[in-house]
Design a protein around this ligand. Structure first.
Ligand code: DC
Length: 453
């Protein structure tokens, strides 16, 4: 993943020109997401669609193919094969873009396009909801604003230079109206992300604003590097990694914790293992397990020989320090939930490459009633990239919660590899094959074993 800078703010704050210059000087790609909303608006106006009518607009979306192309790092907006980069820069389109952008179906329709660009490149992406919705994990978030009067003054000058006859009052009225529309729409309203840096350019000239943005980006990316270094220092080596770089102390702590927790479980619950012969002997396997309780990672790891790692939601690492160290000692590493935490996904793959076993809960969340929920794409993606053995595991007990002396069956199914399914890439077809197989295996295991309770 490249460096993602999310730049949000109201119309006319100078985002596009400031971001363009800052991106050029940093060697990043500048992505103007307003342009894609504008091309949707252009398409609707050309086709006489009533842009206030949600249903009419939504029904037409399937006829639109918008692409952002980059020639010498300059954005070209292509609407159904036509370069519309210039055509979309009129006050009429500005207003229409504001209207279509308030329609949830339009926003969903454009989401993947924006995320895909950000995935591969160092970018500054400008918009309204980039830091809050499109790229919530962006390394740098900036909210750029200026007073409505100052913004109107700048836009008026720009329009005059283009020969547009709008008056200052009209421009100001437009800006106030668009601010209101953008901030009051139901879906993804314009608002500053909690972790965004506020930059007010009312009293800054253009060059000063660019300098300011560049300095925020440099500062934040340096901070991020430092933070990563600190995290690395906190966990100088993975506690569960055997081999020559092992920190013996941490390795012993890991084994000791696993053992102590296991003893506690033995006393507290009645655990029965089924199909442990299905656990592959070596490491580097992916265990996909139904998720019933916080006890699951330890329950699964006990009969699995060798080092063992699993993902746990990031919030668990921020709370009680004792709990944090306990889960780290047991092999957990954090994942940001919600929007495909690519770093955690990459870490899982590296973990298995290094020969450690890895546990994932492919439903993404706990099941209260024990039924297998929808399998998410994350597990399938990790399986498809790592092409490793996938071992299904079901945890079965009666009732919604574990109680003192609850009987628990932990059942291991036969492992399979993505290649056996014909899933040799990360294409949607392959991910579907893996998801279906995981779902089928987990359902079979659960159905077979709940009967024994
Ligand atoms: O930045 P701009 O003026 O080109 O944006 C045109 C319209 O599109 C604006 O009214 C807000 C909307 N927009 C949005 O809702 N979300 C974005 N990410 C970008 C623009």
């Amino acid at each position: 993943m490249g460096i993602n800078v999310a730049l949000d703010g109201p119309s006319g704050a100078g985002k596009s020109s400031i971001a363009k210059k800052a991106a050029a000087s940093l060697g990043y790609i500048y992505v103007d997401t307003g342009a894609i909303y504008r091309s949707v608006a252009l398409f609707m106006l050309r086709n006489n669609v009533d842009i206030k009518n949600k249903e009419e607009v939504s029904a037409k979306l399937s006829e639109i193919d918008v692409k952002l192309e980059y020639k010498d790092k300059t954005q070209v907006v292509v609407l159904n094969g036509e370069d519309v980069s210039e055509l979309i820069r009129t006050p009429e389109i500005s207003m229409a873009a504001s209207a279509v952008s308030a329609i949830p179906e339009v926003r969903t329709f454009l989401l993947d396009l924006q995320r895909n660009i950000a995935r591969e490149n160092n970018i500054i992406m400008d918009g309204r909801d980039i830091g809050t919705v499109v790229l919530p994990n962006a390394q740098v978030k900036i909210f750029l604003t200026a007073s409505a009067e100052e913004r109107a003054k700048r836009r008026f000058k720009e329009l005059q230079e283009k020969g547009d006859k709008s008056t200052y009052e009209e421009v100001l009225k437009d800006i106030i109206q668009r601010d209101y529309n953008d901030a009051h729409r139901e879906t993804a309203p314009l608002k500053q992300a909690e972790d965004a840096v506020l930059v007010d350019t009312s009293d800054m000239d253009f060059d000063r604003s660019v300098e300011k943005i560049i300095s925020v980006i440099k500062e934040k990316t340096a901070e991020e590097k430092l933070q990563k270094k600190k995290e690395h220092e906190l966990m100088p080596i993975d506690p569960v990694e055997p081999g020559k770089n092992v920190n013996c102390f941490l390795w012993i702590v890991h084994q000791l914790f696993r053992f102590l927790v296991w003893i506690a479980y033995k006393i507290w619950y009645k655990v029965e293992y089924v199909g442990t012969e299905n656990c592959p002997k070596g490491g580097g396997n992916m265990y996909v397990c139904t998720h019933r309780s916080y006890a699951d990672p330890v329950l699964v790891s006990i009969p699995v020989r060798g080092p063992f790692r699993f993902m746990a939601k990031e919030e668990l690492f921020k709370g009680n320090i004792f709990f944090k160290w306990l889960i780290i000692a047991l092999g957990a590493f954090p994942i940001k939930r919600g929007n495909g935490d690519t770093e955690a996904i990459e870490k899982s793959i590296r973990t298995m490459k290094k020969g450690r076993n890895f546990l994932i809960f492919p439903e993404g969340t706990r099941s209260r009633d024990g039924k297998v929920g929808k399998i998410r794409s994350g597990a399938a993606l990790i399986g498809a990239v790592s092409q490793t053995n996938i071992v299904p595991v079901a945890i079965c007990f009666e009732g919604r919660k574990l109680k003192f002396r609850s009987r628990i069956i932990v059942a291991f199914g036969k492992s399979f590899t993505p290649a056996e399914l014909g899933a040799d890439s990360t294409s949607p077809r392959c991910l579907k094959l893996i998801k279906n197989k995981i779902s089928q295996e987990l359902n079979n295991l659960v159905n077979e074993n709940v009967k024994k309770l």
